[in-house]
Design a protein around this ligand. Structure first.
Ligand code: ATP
Ligand code: NCN
Length: 214
């Protein structure tokens, strides 16, 4: 990925004021869809966030990148789908040379003392969270909000993360306090769910192309 192809505003860490509650929502967004927007909206509302950073990853370390669209395209599509001014679309991980979340979060925290960050992810990510680099360190350093997703609801009981940090789970009724809680602290938020996925959208595009070529 050549960072010079990316607009400079996406390469800087978003500006944030001390005392704010900020959600960190990382993803491939390949492409972004309304399911992602629903997650962002639920997180903003239920966690009472001042900002949400929509962090478009240069590449998920656990995923095959052969089908990954250029970062520039994923950023432009993300910007177009998120008119809420509290949502900051960013690719600052390119600048810090990171795609491992644990290291990214360490850097974010070091540069922004006094800000209350929360890591946000969908329930499918909770299922595989224990395969991420230094996942326990992430959970011991940052509060985490998991948003329900069709097919992954039971992860809130059965995942390795849920079992390991069972003692640190807080009731979703108290989600507004999550950003201010010392880690480990996490919650699982039920609510409206979206069945959308980027892989289904990519598949649909492929089918359209194939049909068009016949
Ligand atoms: N429909 C959805 N409901 C809840 N969370 C979602 C949904 N779609 C994506 N997410 C969450 O958004 C984040 C970014 O996901 P990602 O960009 O990988 O989208 P995806 O639709 O899961 O992609 P793919 O189908 O290619 O795996 C992850 O934390 C994921 O769990
Ligand atoms: O740090 C890791 O080991 C790690 C492993 C898998 C996923 N992540 C991050 O999780 C976020 C969601 O990724 P994805 O591909 O499921 O959208 C994104 O920010 C990735 O960089 C991070």
């Amino acid at each position: 990925m050549r960072s010079d192809a990316i607009e400079p505003r996406y390469l800087k860490m978003p500006h944030v004021e001390k005392g704010m509650a900020v959600g960190l929502f990382g993803g491939s967004f390949n492409p972004p869809h309304e399911g992602h927007v629903l997650v962002a909206d639920i997180a903003l509302r239920r966690l009472g966030l001042d900002q949400l950073w929509w962090m478009v990853t240069p590449g998920n370390p656990l995923k095959d990148h052969s089908q990954l669209s250029p970062l520039r395209e994923r950023l432009a599509l993300s910007e177009a789908i998120t008119p809420d001014p509290r949502i900051k679309v960013t690719a600052f991980e390119v600048t810090i040379g990171q795609n491992y979340t644990a290291r990214t979060l360490e850097i974010v925290q070091a540069r922004n003392p006094g800000v209350h960050f929360v890591w946000i992810m969908g329930a499918d990510s909770l299922k595989s969270f224990h395969r991420w680099q230094n996942w326990q360190r992430i959970a011991r350093t940052f509060p985490i909000a998991v948003i329900d997703r069709p097919g992954s609801t039971l992860a809130f009981l059965s995942s390795v993360m849920a079992k390991t940090f069972d003692h640190a789970r807080i009731d979703e009724e108290d989600a507004r306090a999550l950003a201010y809680r010392p880690a480990p602290a996490w919650t699982f938020i039920h609510g409206p769910r979206s069945p959308l996925s980027s892989s289904a959208l990519r598949q649909r595009e492929e089918t359209k192309k194939d049909t068009g070529n016949k």
